[in-house]
Design a protein around this ligand. Structure first.
Ligand code: RM4
Ligand code: MN
Ligand code: MN
Length: 430
């Protein structure tokens, strides 16, 4: 039997830390009460937060230079689900999995579905892959996929997406995420308008095949792998496509897919306002699509994004139903640890955003008092909500200290014994 991290281990680790946590929680509770905030209400909110983990994020990632695989990393989709389960058990906020096809295509959808279900997990979003050629594939995506000049290549790319939908139905997924690598490396290489027309024509076919209760998410990205131009280069183009396609099409924001210094929180607000925010691929970046751990580089930006999300949530904006997913490449850390740390950072930003005194903020905005408006945000952002996050985890059977508990369990060491490295296994993103 494969080693499993059990509830008793989590409970035993928690017992060592519970008294200190209760102390911190009570203290924070008194502080917040002075601000008119009920700490238990916040903890309840924290308990409802969900973010999906990427099947491609549980294996060690890599750069275009090298990949340094870690011991005990998952070798197939079932082992990936085992690692997702550990992340879920310790954090309690990550029951969903977004699945990359064909990287993590199961031989039997029914088997994968029940394997996940037995662990309290589910597949929520499918992700197609037409940015690489797969073994035995008749036509190449070297010069594009859904927007290729050759109708036969477009057909093949559309068919792949339709296959993802069929598989997703069997898996119980509810959304399909499309990111294409189409674009150009040279001025003149791609006719901008014609390429977008071809993309839309392909997407119309995919849209037409969407099951009724599904949504399709389009992910924009300004560069890479194409270095001069991309077809879905920014949120404006994505928004145009979502409008063209219809009510089940939405724009997905991957935090790493914008130029440095772009005001992403404002893009988020616009997409909410226009009813087209699909949700997120969370990660962090310093330079480009770095796929670093969420909240590791720009925690204030992450908070400001959640400030927009929570503002919409509290206002009850119609149709506001964002899908939260992680999309990261863990190159120098244990992927399970990075995923847990990232899930914690998202929850932190979410809870902090709930702490914003919205009445005070609104009043400052009305009075054009810039400093006090920022002050309302900063007061929330500088509040240490760690005791709330830990209490929410402890109350739902998770770990007060997810990473410490993971390390103490010896999980990775056990997996290294169970999962001897095989030559040629290309887990993660390279
Ligand atoms: C892309 C994009 C997609 C992801 C691939 C691996 O840059 O973020 O969402 O599936 O990378
Ligand atoms: Mn992404
Ligand atoms: Mn990306």
């Amino acid at each position: 039997m494969p080693f499993e991290l059990d509830a008793e281990h989590i409970a035993a680790e928690n017992r060592k830390q519970l008294a200190a946590l209760e102390d911190d929680y009570d203290h924070l509770g008194r502080q917040l009460a002075r601000r008119g905030v009920d700490i238990d209400g916040l903890t309840e909110r924290a308990l409802g937060f969900r973010v999906s983990v990427p099947s491609w994020g549980v294996g060690t990632g890599g750069t275009r230079f090298a990949r340094f695989p870690g011991p005990g990393e998952p070798r197939n989709v079932f082992e990936k689900v085992e690692d997702c389960e550990v992340v879920f058990k310790l954090t309690r906020s990550t029951p969903g999995i977004s699945l990359h096809i064909p990287w993590d295509k199961p031989d039997s959808a029914a088997e994968l579905r029940s394997f996940a279900q037995a662990r309290g997990l589910y597949v929520d979003s499918m992700n197609s892959n037409t940015f690489q050629d797969q073994a035995g594939q008749p036509l190449s995506y070297k010069f594009g996929s859904l927007s290729h000049t050759d109708p036969a290549v477009r057909r093949q790319a559309v068919e792949h997406n339709l296959e993802c939908l069929r598989l997703g139905v069997k898996l119980g997924a509810r959304s399909h995420t499309v990111w294409i690598g189409d674009g150009g490396n040279f001025p003149g290489q791609v006719h901008f308008r014609k390429a977008l027309d071809r993309y839309l024509e392909s997407m119309r076919e995919i849209y037409a095949a969407l099951p009724d209760d599904w949504r399709v998410f389009m992910e924009h990205k300004l560069y890479e792998p194409a270095f001069y131009s991309t077809v879905i280069n920014d949120w404006g183009v994505s928004y145009h496509c979502a409008r063209e396609l219809g009510p089940k099409a939405f724009c997905l924001v991957d935090l790493g897919h914008h130029a440095p210094n772009v005001n992403i929180e404002m893009i988020v607000a616009r997409l909410i306002q226009f009813g087209k925010l699909a949700g997120f691929h969370f990660n962090d970046s310093k330079y480009g699509d770095d796929d670093l751990d969420a909240g590791s580089i720009k925690p204030f930006q992450l908070f400001l994004i959640f400030n927009e999300l929570v503002d919409a949530e509290l206002e009850g904006v119609e149709g506001f139903r964002p899908a939260y997913m992680l999309d990261q490449s863990h190159n120098v850390t244990d992927p399970a640890e990075s995923l847990m740390a990232s899930a914690v950072e998202l929850l932190r930003a979410y809870v902090q955003a709930h702490l914003v005194d919205r009445a005070a903020l609104r009043e400052s905005q009305e009075k054009c008092d810039a400093l006090m408006a920022l002050g309302a945000l900063k007061q929330a952002f500088t509040t240490d909500v760690a005791p709330i996050l830990a209490t929410a985890r402890a109350r739902s059977g998770g770990a007060i200290d997810p990473i410490g508990t993971f390390r103490a369990s010896g999980y990775r060491k056990r997996k290294a014994e169970e999962r001897p490295a095989r030559a040629g296994v290309a887990a993660g993103i390279v």
